[in-house]
Design a protein. Structure first.
Lengths: 164, 164
């Protein structure tokens, strides 16, 4: 029995959130595939020259994922998460707060809420929200280069999706 | 992109977990109902003389719940959470890390993993696991009286379920 209170002023969700929106030249179904099929994900998930040598996806609610990002100097960053909501071609929600089997992770950092809306003419309105538990983590994510990094990745994602 | 590493030694899941197991004299279906129907929940959710004046349940994955616990002196403790996994009559998983719409809560405290196994003769093997993000939170939950509180509640739950 926890004692979470309502959000006090100053930590309203908007202050803990980062959002990227793009119109991508590929259908929602294709963009969704690029977010859920490991072989496609590996082609765009990190801003080049970073790579993602390992991507494991258990695409079901409560299924885990495991993603290793590798920097240009060879340093690897492993991340584990779990899928919270899956609406094929429309929505994907995941978090690093829990991992497979709902085990709590070492540190809840953010929940990713992705929507893929039909923008007509085979295009997708792609919205990626990263909602954090603390304002400090939102700031840290922003300083890590969220906007540039996710922006660059959205371009790479479009490149992969538009060729499917 | 977070940088969660593997759990270092000392914070293995077992050290962050509290578990209660009971054989209850009611079927898994009835015990599950008592965990998911607000009017039934109100009858057992807090160890008496505590009460639960407000229980709202949106029983779907990603649906929120809102539970207000009231102490004997009238102090109220509001809690919000979200359902992660629902297997009618068998399993229920929820967390206070996120709330409805997957918004991160103010403070992730624990994830509850409940299983309701058929123990024969109309009885249920009821297992309630509370898995925390930190050892400190597990200890704090234990000091709040997890074992006595959840144990007493399990008795109250059995009382309500066995009359259905």
């Amino acid at each position: 029995m926890s004692t979470n209170a309502e959000n006090p002023a100053g930590t309203a969700p908007a202050n803990r959130e980062l959002v990227l929106t793009r119109i991508l030249n590929a259908s929602p179904e294709k963009v969704f595939r690029c977010w859920t099929e490991p072989e496609l994900m590996k082609q765009w998930f990190c801003p080049r020259p970073w790579t993602t040598p390992v991507i494991e996806v258990d695409l079901r609610v409560g299924g885990g994922n495991f993603i290793v990002m590798r920097g240009p100097d060879g340093t690897e960053f492993p991340n584990r998460g779990v899928y919270l909501e899956i609406v094929p071609g429309k929505k994907l929600v995941f978090t690093d707060a829990n991992t497979k089997g709902w085990e709590p992770s070492e540190k809840p950092f953010f929940t990713g809420i992705l929507t893929f809306e039909d923008a007509g003419n085979g295009k997708t309105k792609y919205t990626a929200r990263a909602v954090h538990w603390t304002v400090a983590d939102r700031e840290s994510h922003e300083k890590m280069g969220f906007h540039e990094g996710w922006g660059k990745c959205a371009e790479q994602l479009e490149e992969v999706a538009s060729k499917l």
